[in-house]
Ligand binder design. Structure first.
Ligand code: SF4
Ligand code: MSK
Length: 625
C-alpha cells in the first residue's frame, strides 16, 4: 500500500503500525474490505432503495429519470423516510434491549436469583426510588431494588402512557413534544410502531414518519438508554474519577491477555472479578504467564474503565488489530459493534473468540452461554479457557505496539457535581461570565470511510481551544484518551477561560462520561442546566457531534439529541440525501418544530466553526457576553 493511502487510514500510530503488520502478514481488515466495496451502491448511499415488500426491491432514479416510484407508488420522500425510521428503530432497540437486560439483572439480584450481583450504590437506588414514588423508609435495598426494577420493566410496554424520566425534561421541552406528538409513550411501543408504519401501505407521509422517528429516538434517550445507565450505576457503582490507560500498548507481552468487547457490563464485571481469583492466577503462572490482564474494547471497555480503571485496548476499528498483535488469548464478546470478521482472523492465531449472549452468535466462535445465576462461575470458566490458551501463543508472531496513554475518566453526573463542589452553580457562573462559552457532546464510532480518530480528535481540540467544555462517550472518548486529551494537563491546549476553570477544579477539558448508553448522562446535565436557568434545552449554548458515526444506534442518538433541542453535526453523510424534502426537514425545518436540527460536515475543522458559531449565537440570544 502506498504511504499516502496508509496515512489516510488513521492518525493513531499504534493503528498504523498494526495496519503495516496486517499487510505484511497478508491479513485483511475493515479498511481493506471497505476498499473492495468501492464504489458503494449509489441508491443505498442516498437511501433510495426499498426492500419493504416482495414486489420490490425498488429504487428511485436520483437524477430525475425513471423510475420515480416503487411498484406500490412510494416515491423518494417515503422511501428515504421509511429507511431512516427503520435505522432509528434498530438503534433504539439495541440500546433499549441492553437497558432491559440491566433492569432484569437488578431484578434477579434483588430476589437473590443471581447471588453474584448486589446493589452497589444504595444512595442512587434511593434517589431513583424517590423519583418513582417508591417507599424507601424501613425497607432493605433488595426490596427497594425489586420495586424499582418492576417499575423500570413497566417502561418498556407501559400502559401509563408516558415515561418516568420525562420528569427530568424542562417544561418548555415537554410542551414542544406534546404539541407535535413527540412525547414517547413506551419504549417497545414506539419501536413496534416504526415497524408497523414502515410496512407497505401504512405511513407514506415523510413529515409524519419523521416525527414518529423522533418520538422513537426520544424513547431511547430518555428511556432505554437512561435506564441502562441508571441501573448499571445502582448495580455496579456510580463512576467517580478514575485513572486509566488506553491503546494497544496496554496488552502485556508476558501475561494472559483477555479483551472484553461489546456493550454490556454484566458479564465483563464478573470477568474482572474472576481474573483476580488466586487459583486462576496460579494456573496462569503454571502456564508460564506472569498474570492475567483484562482489557476493554469499545463500550464494554468504557463501562469497566468508568468503574474500575480497567485498561482500554482501543475503539471500534481497532478490534481486528488487537487480534493481529498475536498476544490476545481470548476476546470475549457480548452484543453490538462486534465484527463478524473477528473469527476468521482469530483462526490465523491462537486467539479464542468467545461469544456469550444468546442474542449474538458468531460462526467460528466458541459459545459459552452466560447465565446471571452462575455469573462468577461462568466468568471463571471463560478466564480458564484464556489461561489454557497461553502456551499456544507463538512468541515469534507477537507484535504489540508501544503506544499507550494515561487518562482520567469516570465523569458521571454525580462526579461532575462533586468536582463542582456539590452544585451546578460554578459551571453556570463560568458559562454566564463566558470563561466557558458552552458545552459540546462529541460521541460515536469509527468509520473506515474517513481517517480513523481524525474527526474525533480534531473537533475536540478545536472546541476546547474555543473555550468550549467537551463531554464525550463511546469510541470518541477512547480516541481522545489515546491523544492525551482526557488528562488534566490537556487544559494547556484549551482556551484561557476553560483552562482556568479546569486548572481550578483539577479536571480535564474533555470529560469522559461513559459508554454509548451513557449519552443519557449528557441529557441529564443538559436538562439540569436548562432547569437551573429556567429555559429550554434548545436555548442553551450546547451542541452535539458525531464525527465518525457508523451504527444505527448513532442514528437513534443523533435523533434524540436534536429531539431534545441540541444542534448536532454529523461527520459522515447519512443515507437520506435521495430526498431533498427529508434532508431539508432534518437540517432546516426541524428548527421550526423542535428548535434544533442536524448539519452534515465531513471536515472537522469546519464542523468546529459551525459549533462555535452556533454556541455564540445561543449566547447572544440569552444576553450572555
Ligand atoms: Fe417497492 Fe413499495 Fe414494496 Fe418498497 S414497499 S419494495 S417501494 S413496492
Ligand atoms: S461502541 S456504537 S462503535 S461508539 Fe458503543 Fe463505538 Fe459506535 Fe459501537
Amino acid at each position: 500500500m502506498d504511504q499516502e493511502k496508509r496515512n489516510q487510514r488513521s492518525i493513531d500510530p499504534a493503528t498504523l503500525a498494526m495496519l503495516d503488520r496486517a499487510e505484511a502478514e497478508g491479513l485483511e481488515t475493515a479498511w481493506d474490505r471497505h476498499d473492495r466495496q468501492e464504489p458503494q451502491c449509489g441508491f443505498g448511499l442516498l437511501g433510495l432503495c426499498c426492500r419493504n415488500c416482495n414486489m420490490g426491491p425498488c429504487r428511485i432514479d436520483p437524477f430525475g429519470g425513471e423510475p420515480q416510484k416503487g411498484v406500490c407508488g412510494a416515491g423518494a420522500d417515503t422511501i428515504v423516510a421509511r429507511n431512516l425510521l427503520r435505522a432509528i428503530a434498530a438503534g433504539a432497540a439495541a440500546h433499549s434491549d441492553h437497558g432491559r437486560d440491566i433492569v432484569e439483572a437488578l431484578l434477579h439480584a434483588s430476589t437473590g436469583q443471581s447471588p453474584d450481583y448486589q446493589v452497589k450504590d444504595r444512595d442512587k437506588l434511593a434517589a431513583l426510588a424517590g423519583e418513582l414514588d417508591i417507599a424507601v423508609e424501613g425497607r432493605s435495598a433488595e426490596e427497594i431494588a425489586a420495586d424499582v426494577a418492576q417499575a423500570a420493566l413497566e417502561e418498556f410496554g407501559t400502559r401509563k402512557g408516558t415515561l418516568a424520566f420525562l420528569n427530568r425534561v424542562p417544561e418548555k421541552r415537554r410542551e414542544t413534544w406534546s404539541k407535535f406528538g413527540l412525547t414517547p409513550r413506551g419504549i417497545d411501543r414506539e419501536i413496534v410502531e416504526v415497524m408497523h408504519r414502515t410496512h407497505i401501505g401504512v405511513d407514506n407521509e415523510y413529515v409524519n414518519l419523521i416525527l414518529h422517528g423522533l418520538r422513537t429516538a426520544l424513547s431511547d434517550g430518555w428511556g432505554g438508554s437512561m435506564w441502562a445507565t441508571e441501573l448499571s450505576d445502582v448495580l455496579f457503582g456510580t463512576p467517580e474519577p478514575v485513572e486509566g490507560v488506553s491503546n494497544l500498548g496496554v496488552l502485556q507481552e508476558n501475561e494472559v491477555n483477555i479483551i472484553v468487547h461489546g456493550h454490556e457490563p454484566t458479564l465483563s464485571e464478573m470477568i474482572v472479578a474472576a481474573a483476580r481469583d488466586p487459583e486462576l492466577l496460579e494456573l496462569a503462572q503454571s502456564k508460564g504467564a506472569e498474570g492475567i490482564n483484562v482489557c476493554g474494547m469499545c463500550c464494554t471497555g468504557n463501562e469497566l474503565l468508568m468503574r474500575h480503571g480497567v485498561p482500554v485496548a482501543g475503539n471500534f476499528l481497532q478490534q481486528e488489530l488487537a487480534i493481529i498483535t498475536g498476544a490476545v488469548e481470548a476476546m470475549v464478546v457480548d452484543v453490538q459493534c462486534i465484527m463478524p470478521a473477528l473469527t476468521s482472523l482469530a483462526d490465523c492465531y491462537h486467539t479464542e473468540i468467545i461469544s456469550t449472549s444468546p442474542k449474538a452468535k458468531f460462526p467460528g466462535a466458541k459459545h459459552v452461554p452466560f447465565e446471571e445465576e452462575k455469573a462468577l462461575q461462568i466468568a471463571g470458566e471463560i478466564v480458564k479457557i484464556a489461561v489454557e490458551g497461553y502456551p499456544k501463543r507463538n512468541p515469534e508472531r507477537v507484535f504489540i505496539p508501544k503506544e499507550k496513554m494515561e487518562f482520567v475518566a469516570g465523569f458521571s453526573v454525580e462526579a461532575i457535581l462533586s468536582a463542582l463542589g456539590g452544585s451546578l452553580d460554578p459551571l453556570l457562573d463560568a458559562i454566564k461570565e463566558g470563561s466557558i462559552k458552552g458545552i459540546a457532546g462529541i460521541v460515536g464510532c469509527n468509520n473506515p470511510k474517513i481517517t480513523h480518530d481524525h474527526g474525533h480528535v480534531t473537533l475536540t481540540e478545536e472546541l476546547i481551544k474555543a473555550d468550549i467544555l467537551v463531554v464525550e462517550t463511546g469510541c470518541t472518548a477512547i480516541a481522545s484518551a489515546k491523544r492525551g486529551l482526557l488528562l488534566p494537563e490537556a487544559a494547556q491546549k484549551a482556551g484561557p477561560g476553560l483552562r482556568a476553570v479546569c486548572e481550578a477544579l483539577k479536571i480535564p477539558p474533555v470529560l469522559h462520561m461513559g459508554s454509548c448508553v451513557d449519552i443519557s448522562r449528557i441529557l441529564v446535565v443538559a436538562a439540569a442546566v436548562a432547569n437551573a436557568l429556567g429555559v429550554d434545552i434548545s436555548e442553551l449554548p450546547l451542541a452535539g457531534a458525531a464525527p465518525e458515526w457508523m451504527s444505527e444506534k448513532a442514528v437513534s442518538i443523533g435523533s434524540y439529541v436534536i429531539g431534545s433541542g441540541i444542534f448536532t453535526v454529523l461527520g459522515t453523510v447519512p443515507q437520506v440525501l435521495g430526498s431533498e424534502n427529508v434532508a431539508a426537514l432534518l437540517t432546516e425545518g426541524a428548527n421550526d418544530v423542535i428548535g434544533a436540527a442536524f448539519a452534515v460536515e465531513t471536515d472537522p475543522l469546519k464542523a468546529a466553526v459551525l459549533i462555535v458559531e452556533h454556541i455564540s449565537d445561543k449566547r447572544s440570544k440569552l444576553g450572555l457576553p
